[in-house]
Design a protein around this ligand. Structure first.
Ligand SMILES: Nc1ncnc2c1ncn2[C@@H]1O[C@H](COP(=O)(O)OP(=O)(O)OP(=O)(O)O)[C@@H](O)[C@H]1O
Ligand SMILES: [Mg+2]
Length: 422
């Protein structure tokens, strides 16, 4: 390596106390473009070596204040100057002296008188070697720094992984908790839905119980009181004879009113719980309700029972009766019909009830208004009654085309034990 390969001028420190040597070496190196620093004693040489950081030191052994070997030792002990290449250049030619020069850390040993070219060649060789060393050390340092950065990055990745795992675990726990709450919510919702589904059935059951109770009450209390009052009025009329004409007329009117009240109570009570249903069965009760409709509204109602026994299980009889009753109520309220046909057929363990009118009809698929406190429960209740009997419920209707309510209920009779599906 020449001085120009350093990028800046290579610096040579010459430590020698003989002026002719100094002059010669200075001329030589300066002539080759080197920057030359000079010290004539060891103490200054040490100080310049520290301050000016030369690239190479040419060191005489015999110096006025210190042996050159000792100066070299000092340089090698100090980390800031330890890497400076030192070439001894001396008149001491003994091999022991040469050995000592290498022992204390010198890289070369040149004896005086020296060859100009040889000194230059050796100086260049050591500058190159020391430059290569420096480069090696630089690259080593870079490598070490890169390794440290890699280690650091690895540690960061490990740390990131750890925190990611922690977050995943935390998130998983949160999701599990959410899931658990969701399952509870779903179970609760199912329970509420189940209750809601049950609700109409319970209303119907409560309605039936209440109707029965009120019918009973009317029969047992109000009817009895009215009968007893009529009996007494009858007695009064007979007892008083024709003595007081005006009183007789009033009593006769009261008797008539009491009779009407009794009939009305009986009618209401029948509607609430027709005694025919319990006493005579569904056909008789259905006849009675159909006749009533004809009597109030003039709508002609035809009733047909085909293959239906006199006695049906009470829950089937009651629910079919209510379905007929509510269907006829609807016809009376909404249909503006002139004819109705009520038909009940038992076939293959299926009881099929149809109530068909020739009225104005309606669109069963049209969205219905929410239930009002005073109505809109009829069709819901019909469907629920069919469901209570494990049956099906269907409305066949269209505007202008009349309406047919069809209910199919399975009834497995003892003589036909197969399971029926409506
Ligand atoms: N036979 C029918 N002909 C024409 N429209 C009917 C008939 N039956 C039901 N509807 C229509 O269906 C609607 C719902 O009937 P639903 O029996 O459920 O309620 P509602 O009769 O209005 O009230 P509620 O029966 O509770 O007293 C009626 O308002 C009516 O518009
Ligand atoms: Mg109704």
């Amino acid at each position: 390596m020449t001085h120009s390969e350093f990028g800046t001028q290579a610096k040579i420190l010459i430590v020698d106390d003989i002026p002719s040597n100094i002059t010669l070496l200075c001329e030589m190196f300066e002539g080759e473009g080197f920057e030359v620093l000079v010290s004539v004693n060891a103490r200054d040489g040490l100080e310049i070596a520290h301050r000016a950081a030369p690239d190479l030191i040419l060191l005489d052994v015999l110096l006025p204040d210190m042996n050159g070997f000792d100066l070299c030792r000092k340089l090698k002990h100090d980390p800031s100057t330890a890497d400076l290449p030192v070439i001894f250049i001396t008149a001491k030619d003994e091999s022991e002296s040469r050995l000592e020069g290498f022992r204390v850390g010198g890289v070369d040993y040149i004896t005086k008188p020296f060859q100009r070219e040889e000194v230059l060649a050796r100086a260049r060789a050591h500058l190159t070697i020391s430059g290569l060393h420096r480069e090696l050390r630089r690259q080593n340092k870079m490598l070490e720094e890169q390794m440290n950065r890699c280690k650091h990055a690895e540690e960061e990745v490990r740390e990131a992984n750890r925190s990611l795992e922690d977050r995943v675990a935390e998130r998983t726990a949160q999701l599990q908790e959410l899931n658990r709450r969701l399952e509870i919510d779903i179970a609760e919702r199912k329970r509420i839905e189940e209750n809601l589904r049950e609700f109409p059935r319970r209303i119907i059951a409560a309605q039936e119980t209440e109707r029965k109770r009120v019918a009973q009450e009317l029969h047992d209390s109000v009817s009895q009181i009215l009968s007893s009052a009529r009996y007494r009025i009858n007695w009064l009329v007979e007892e008083s004879g024709t003595r007081n004409k005006a009183s007789l007329e009033v009593a006769a009117t009261v008797r008539e009113l009491l009779g009407m009240a009794l009939d009305e109570v009986r009618r209401v009570s029948n509607n609430l719980r027709p005694p025919e249903l319990d006493d005579l069965g569904l056909l008789a009760a259905a006849h009675s309700v159909c006749d009533n409709v004809t009597a109030w509204s003039g709508v002609q109602v035809d009733l047909h029972f085909t293959s239906v026994p006199d006695r049906l299980p009470p829950d089937i009889a009651l629910n079919l009766y209510r379905i007929i009753q509510e269907s006829l109520n609807n016809i009376h309220k909404h249909a503006m019909a002139t004819r109705v046909r009520v038909q009940l057929v038992l076939s293959n363990s299926i009881l099929e009830l149809s109530v068909k009118d020739n009225g104005k009809g309606f669109d069963p698929a049209a969205p219905r208004a929410p239930l009002k406190p005073d109505g809109g429960f009829g069709l819901v209740s019909l469907r629920e009654r069919a469901t209570t009997l494990n049956g099906t419920f269907e409305i066949r209707s269209a505007p202008g085309e009349g309406t047919e309510i069809v209910v199919r209920v399975p009834w497995v009779t003892p003589d036909n034990p197969q399971t029926a599906k409506p």
